[in-house]
Design a protein around this ligand. Structure first.
Ligand SMILES: [Zn+2]
Length: 57
C-alpha cells in the first residue's frame, strides 16, 4: 500500500466522518496535512451532534 494513498484515504475518511458524525477529533498530524492542502475541516452539524448524544445513552 503506497503511503500517499493511505494518507489520502485517511484524510478523506476523517473529512467525511467529521462532517457526518464528529465522534472523534481529527489527529493533529492529519489536521495539519488537511490545513496544508487548504481544505476546511467540516464542523459536524447540530443535528448530527444531537443524534450522537442520543446514541451514547
Ligand atoms: Zn463517528
Amino acid at each position: 500500500m503506497p503511503r500517499r494513498a493511505t494518507l489520502d484515504q485517511r484524510i478523506a475518511w476523517h473529512l467525511a466522518h467529521s462532517g457526518a458524525c464528529g465522534c472523534r477529533p481529527i489527529p493533529g498530524r492529519l489536521a495539519a496535512e488537511i490545513g496544508r492542502r487548504g481544505i476546511t475541516i467540516p464542523e459536524p452539524s447540530v443535528t448530527n451532534v444531537a443524534a450522537r448524544k442520543r446514541n451514547e445513552r
